[in-house]
Design a protein around this ligand. Structure first.
Ligand code: LLP
Length: 416
């Protein structure tokens, strides 16, 4: 559930009429709801209950420091994939000792920075990475806490670009090779083996792949115990899907409860979750204005002021996101439109074949845009990136100013 609802014929973001947000902050505009973010995070917390656990929000989904700060205040941990994301967590008041560091190619500098800050764990993805981390930790006179990301070879049944748990993917270490790699990790003097990690993909709408993966990983944990390697935490990754259209993913509470039950007889095993989308997607929308209506023989186009540089998911993954009118024209006839942006590419669309009653100047809201929206945006076509606002009850706070034209060439230089 989210806090974007119609009242008196218009869309509200918590207690803010969305039309007011457009007049105050302009469009295109990302709008996030604090109450929704908090509600989604608490669903994981509640379901994990009294089993030792840590919910590490996946920063890549939405890394605005105000978003991170709202979660840090609730005691969240963070899943990061770069030094930049770690710096954001610190800037937002997050606790480095609750940070897990994922990603296939951490640099020496990134490792050193994370060791300095004392993060919770490195999720290591290859044998060479173990050597690099051991070397960096040795040079700093510390021991690095590590999990190995194992690839349980289960089919997440999601879009191929965001499926990560199959043998053909670049991520993790095949689960059959894991005992050998763990033996190596245990033998390296500046590593401290603490956990097992897995992440099988994103936007999963069924429970069974998660359970299958967990069962395979638990078998590994037992095998490692026989080898004398004691595992203290199990990181189940992220990947829980959300409803964009008519998908019916398990509710975060159902999901987290199901995983918790699987480890109920192992209180010594702390559960780590890395949700991104499930917390942020439906906590945000992208607000855009219709510039022109262009009727055609085969297609009608509604050309809006947001584009693929603002929200690339439809162009990149053929992702479907709901597009709704902010003030519905209830008595006017609908037509079928492709909702397209101003960028010079045929792939620049936010939605296709949408039945809407529209006039130029109308506001539209692209729903479920809180995750992988702004973080994947770019300056393509020299378009300054959109502003971001967080609503909190009756308040609306600007949490990222709209970029200016001068910001477009910041850091660039003319030849002498
Ligand atoms: N942990 C790891 C190691 C990950 O690679 C990811 C996402 C997550 C956690 C969080 O997954 P989530 O709970 O958000 O599904 N840009 C794509 C999604 C890419 C996901 C990449 N990894 C999209 O817009 O659909």
């Amino acid at each position: 559930m989210d806090h974007f609802n119609y009242q008196d014929g218009q869309l509200f973001a918590e207690q803010n009429p969305v039309t007011d947000l457009a007049s105050r902050f302009g469009t295109p505009l990302y709008v996030y709801s604090r109450a929704t973010i908090e509600r989604h995070f608490q669903a994981f917390e509640t379901a994990a209950g009294d089993h030792p656990h840590l919910v590490c929000y996946a920063v890549k989904a939405n890394s605005n420091i105000a978003v991170l700060n709202v979660l840090a205040r609730l005691g969240a941990g963070f899943d990061i994939v770069s030094a930049g994301e770690l710096a954001r967590v610190v800037q937002a008041g997050g606790d480095p000792s609750k940070v897990v560091f994922s990603g296939v190619a951490k640099t020496e500098q990134e490792m050193a920075y994370a060791l300095e800050l004392g993060i919770h764990c490195f999720n290591v993805e290859s044998s060479q990475e173990l050597d690099r981390l051991n070397h960096v930790a040795e040079s700093m006179g510390v021991r690095a806490p590590v999990s190995i990301r194992v690839n349980p070879d289960v089919d997440a049944k999601t879009h191929p670009y965001i499926s990560t748990g199959l043998k053909q993917n670049k991520f993790g270490i095949a689960i059959e090779q894991a005992p050998e790699i763990y033996q190596k990790a245990a033998s390296l003097s500046h590593l401290n083996v603490v956990g097992v990690d897995c992440h099988i993909g994103s936007q999963l709408t069924e429970l069974s792949p998660f359970i299958d993966a967990l069962d395979r990983v638990l078998t590994l944990v037992d095998k490692l115990a026989e080898q004398g390697i004691e595992i203290r935490h199990l990181d189940v990754g992220g990947g829980l899907g959300v409803t964009y259209d008519d998908e019916t993913p398990p509710h975060p509470e159902v999901y987290a409860k199901a995983l918790r039950e699987r480890v109920a007889d192992r209180p010594e095993l702390t559960l780590l979750f890395e949700p991104g989308r499930a917390i942020m997607a439906n906590a945000g929308l992208l607000l855009t204005k219709v510039e022109f209506i262009k009727p055609g023989d085969e297609k009608n186009f509604a050309i809006v002021d947001a584009a693929m540089n603002d929200l690339i998911r439809p162009a990149l993954y053929s992702a479907w996101q709901a597009i709704v009118p902010v003030v519905p024209r209830l008595d006017e006839p609908e037509a079928v439109y492709d909702i397209v942006g101003p960028i010079c590419e045929t792939g620049d669309f936010l939605g296709k074949d949408r039945a809407l009653a529209l006039q130029p100047g109308d506001l539209l809201a692209v729903r479920s845009a809180g995750a992988y929206g702004f973080t994947m945006s770019s300056n393509y076509n020299s378009r300054p990136r959109a502003a971001e606002v967080m609503v909190d009850g009756e308040q609306a706070h600007l949490i990222r100013a709209r970029e200016t034209q001068a910001s477009l060439w910041q850091g660039e230089a003319l030849l002498p």
